[in-house]
Design a protein around this ligand. Structure first.
Ligand SMILES: Cc1cc2nc3c(=O)[nH]c(=O)nc-3n(C[C@H](O)[C@H](O)[C@H](O)COP(=O)(O)O)c2cc1C
Length: 308
């Protein structure tokens, strides 16, 4: 794979290609991150970590349907202290690692970020966007522009590392929220998380399938929503955007980049295409660029905006 054609700089991180493993889809261990880096990802995002350990929602926590998947994991994680031990040495991970920190209040975000900032992570992402966990994200108003700006400002005080704010494609005024967090100091935006909450009912039992009753929808079903959000955010901010939601092929990555993304997050595609999904997407992207004589991702970025 030619490094020049696909390489990208994101908040000072050098990515050999623009694919980033989305948070949470590969579980929690350092060994899994190391394996994912050997499988060709441009960068990796850690599972989201809270101050205290959390057992998450009751099973079933994930279900598939004809055009995507739905999950309600509920931020199961061992808590920041354990994670500081687990991730203290990331020397065998061959690409940049992005931490993911979560709190219920700006102060709690700041606490987790200040601990996580001491780890060998290149940036820290804050998901303000989960659609299925009370106390966090959409369920506690974290994507209200004022609240999102407060959390961002607290995060910037807690670390010198770049802060990426992960938004939800479920919010209608996503450009407004993106602009508020940019003004509060965010270094990049990720849009975004799963959409919802949604629900799937087992018609034989008449009960919702997921243990929590509802969950976040992800995979191909949400891609057009995520693309439109990235388009809107690109119009509203100058900082780089990670486009995430339903990207399964190189074609989908190209679409996101044309909407304005600097890099692309990939989650559900790893269930469909296996552990090498990100490398496959990068290869397909490169092949298409060569055919069309594109010399860099920069040339393609945001071109949908000139064609209204
Ligand atoms: C099983 C599972 C767990 C997830 N856990 C997290 C998480 O801990 N933090 C987070 O920010 N996003 C989490 N997500 C959301 C993904 O990172 C991603 O934003 C979302 O799935 C949309 O991308 P996709 O359509 O490519 O999967 C999770 C998704 C899945 C499928």
């Amino acid at each position: 794979m030619s490094d020049n054609l696909l390489s990208v700089n994101l908040c000072g991180m050098h990515l050999s290609n623009p694919t980033i493993l989305a948070s949470g889809v590969f579980g929690i261990t350092r060994d899994l991150l190391s394996r994912a880096s050997r499988n060709g990802a441009g960068a990796l995002t850690m599972k989201t970590i809270t101050k205290e350990p959390r057992s998450g929602h009751r099973a079933p926590i994930i279900v598939s349907f004809e055009s995507g998947m739905m999950n309600a994991v509920g931020y199961a994680n061992p808590g920041i202290e354990e994670v500081c031990r687990e991730y203290a040495d990331l020397s065998d991970v061959k690409c940049p690692v992005i931490g993911s920190a979560l709190g219920e209040t700006p102060e709690e975000f700041a606490y987790v970020i200040s601990r996580m900032g001491k780890l060998p992570v290149s940036a820290i992402e804050l998901p303000l966007s989960c659609p299925h966990t009370p106390g966090f994200g959409l369920m506690s108003g974290h994507t209200d522009p004022k609240q999102a700006a407060k959390i961002t400002a607290a995060a910037k005080k807690a670390t010198k590392k770049p802060i990426i704010i992960k938004l939800s494609p479920s919010i209608p005024n996503v450009g407004e929220v993106a602009s508020a967090v940019e003004k509060a100091g965010a270094d990049a935006i990720n849009c975004g998380n799963s959409v919802g909450p949604g629900m799937i009912i087992d018609i034989e039992t008449g009960k919702s399938v997921l243990g929590f009753g509802m969950g976040g929808v992800h995979g191909p079903a949400i891609r057009p929503l995520a693309v439109r959000c990235v388009y809107d955010i690109y119009e509203a901010v100058k900082i780089p955007i990670i486009g995430c939601g339903g990207i399964t092929t190189g074609r989908d990555a190209i679409e996101m980049i044309m909407a304005g993304a600097t890099a692309v997050g990939v989650g559900t595609a790893t269930y469909y295409r296996g552990e090498r999904a990100l490398a496959l997407i990068a290869d397909e992207l490169q092949e298409w660029m060569k055919k069309r004589n594109y010399k860099s991702l920069e040339e393609m970025r945001g071109i949908a905006h000139g064609k209204k």
